[in-house]
Design a protein around this ligand. Structure first.
Ligand code: 1PR
Length: 530
């Protein structure tokens, strides 16, 4: 019996599913007493530092947690739960942590690296641990903007470090108390194994001083991620199917293309080694997502078998239903997080939010981006950009951010800008991709999913010119999307641009190139991969 500290923020379903999958039963903390009496406790950190601490205070759990750790009772903290062991965090100034460990958790500072760190990185062990006893240098999934400093943690606690520009604390352990910055429940089979070691561990009444390992002269490296994307919608027969368009047109002879069932395909990509799965509910802009039970069910069922990050997009916005009941974008996102999503992706609503910001010059605090980022953290908010090329003869012909292109337009134009669209490419707006990406970063987005309507479904390779332009404009991670037709195209985009991840749909669905082949091509070309 494992006791889970679910304080109602973010995706705790994945931890729950992982524990169940490993053959254990989960019970929830009902009150402060459970923290002290639980045989084994898991504290999955989701949300920002401030919102986590606020909830612990609200539920009277701060003192019992400190007491439990002092009594050396089995404890596993994940992500923000590791950070909560410190005195405070730059993320939420003035909010006190549990102060088990000294120092403040700080934001990553290396300007050459995108923040948040999103992706698969290694760990270097500093001492022996029963939880990491069979760790074989596999990469594990991290997603965070703040990190604990190695200088704040003495050898009695320091378990592992990871490099992202600088070295930071990725694991602490003393006696039966362990915490990781990475997410074992999102780290595939390697992560499940780590979780299993904790669940199976016997613990010991005394604090065992574990052997320090020799200091190793090596660094860890974050992998470039490969993402499988499933565009999902209801077909004319009323079935929820994975579909795929050519330049966003998903119909063939009038019928919506049907490329398979979402849950089954997601599982196949997980087994083939996809680093992340994205579902886009492509008609979400017109359907009311809170009533979209099938999409929630897709997420719930997928998270039972898929232990890598899941993103869901389509229809994330505020909404008033026909009975006049109002749902904030936060309500809609919360439903998806509860169903197993780690990140939500915002398309059309991001364009409207940016338009408003550019008009007023002020943050309203009310946009979906701002609200969701505030509660769940920037790393949970992805912006899906659907741009299309607009050609011009010279940069002076437009106010937008142009590039000189090696693929001239129909009238021989040598310049273009990328016009953002809404409603699945149906409507162009007077905003370019650079304006959108930069403003969304300012409003609190943590990642850009950069599609390209001209390239979508063409199998002709990614649009490097667009990717370079947007990647150069922001300091959050960018996912290249649209146009992948071969494993070489992934190698090309990682060599030609600094993009952190690449996404494809058609080639995976049609089984033209399995994810594993993409990974092999990356390895042959010395591109860091999982
Ligand atoms: O506007 O917040 O409701 O979100 C709607 C979401 O649905 C957006 O993320 C938008 O990109 C997506 N979407 C809407 N219509 C379509 C369509 O295809 N008709 N799909 C659509 C976007 C683009 C990628 C695709 C890549 C890779 N699909 O998801 O997977 O282009 O494809 P490829 O590898 O086959 O070239 P909102």
């Amino acid at each position: 019996m494992i006791t889970l500290l679910d304080y109602g923020a973010g995706n705790v379903r994945s931890v729950r599913n992982a524990i169940t999958r490993l053959g254990y039963t989960v019970r929830d903390v009902q009150g402060p007493q459970d923290i002290l009496t639980a045989e084994k406790l898991i504290f999955p950190g989701v949300g920002s530092f401030g919102s986590v601490m606020q909830r612990l205070h609200r539920d009277g759990l701060v003192e019992p947690l400190i007491e439990r750790i002092r009594l050396n009772k089995p404890f596993l903290g994940i992500c923000v739960a590791l950070q909560a062991l410190f005195e405070g965090s730059e993320e939420s100034p003035g909010v006190a942590g549990l102060s088990i460990l000294p120092g403040q958790v700080k934001r990553f500072t290396d300007r050459n690296l995108s923040v948040p760190q999103i992706g698969w990185n290694g760990i270097i062990l500093h001492k022996e641990s029963p939880i990491l006893k069979d760790y074989q240098e596999q990469k594990l999934y991290f997603v965070h903007s703040y990190r604990a400093s190695v200088t704040d943690v003495g050898p009695d606690w320091l378990l592992s470090t990871t490099d992202y520009g600088e070295a930071f604390v990725s694991g602490v352990e003393k006696g039966n108390v362990t915490a990781f910055q990475f997410h074992p429940e999102k780290s595939g089979e390697a992560g499940l194994n780590i979780l299993k070691n904790y669940l199976d561990s016997q613990g010991s009444d005394t604090i065992t001083v574990r052997q320090s390992l020799p200091v190793q002269d090596k660094r860890t490296h974050i992998a470039k991620r490969i993402i499988a994307c499933l565009d999902v919608r209801t077909n004319d027969q009323g079935d929820l199917v994975v579909t795929k368009g050519d330049q966003y047109d998903v119909r063939n002879d009038g019928e919506v293309r049907n490329l398979g069932k979402p849950v089954e395909l997601a599982r196949r990509y997980y087994e083939e080694g996809a680093d992340e799965i994205t579902f886009l509910n492509i008609t979400g802009f017109r359907d009311f997502p809170m009533k979209d039970q099938p999409m929630l069910e897709v997420l719930q069922r997928t998270s039972e078998n898929v232990f890598v990050p899941l993103t869901i997009g389509g229809g994330i916005r505020e909404f008033t239903d026909s009975d006049g009941k109002h749902y904030s974008a936060l309500d809609v996102a919360a439903e998806y997080f509860r169903s197993g999503a780690d990140k939500i992706s915002i398309g059309s609503d991001a364009v409207y939010a940016v338009e408003e910001f550019l008009q007023t010059g002020k943050r309203s605090g009310k946009s979906a981006i701002e609200q969701i980022s505030m509660v769940y953290g920037a790393q949970a908010v992805v912006i899906s950009v659907d741009p299309r090329r607009v050609y011009v003869h010279a940069p002076e012909d437009t106010d937008h951010n142009t590039i000189k292109t090696t693929t001239p337009g129909p009238q021989g134009e040598n310049y273009c800008w990328y016009q953002c669209t809404v409603k699945g490419g149906r409507e162009g707006r007077d905003i370019d991709a650079v304006q959108l990406a930069k403003t969304c970063e300012l409003l609190g987005a943590g990642e850009i999913l950069l599609n390209c309507i001209d390239k979508d479904g063409t199998n002709s390779g990614f649009d490097h010119e667009l990717i370079r332009q947007v990647r150069g404009a922001v300091s959050i991670p960018v996912i290249a999307s649209s146009g992948a037709g071969s494993a070489q195209h992934f190698v090309d985009v990682f060599k030609a641009t600094d993009v952190e991840a690449a996404l494809a749909a058609g080639i995976f669905h049609r089984q033209e190139v399995p994810v594993s082949e993409v990974k092999e091509a990356m390895r042959r070309n010395n591109i860091e991969t999982r």
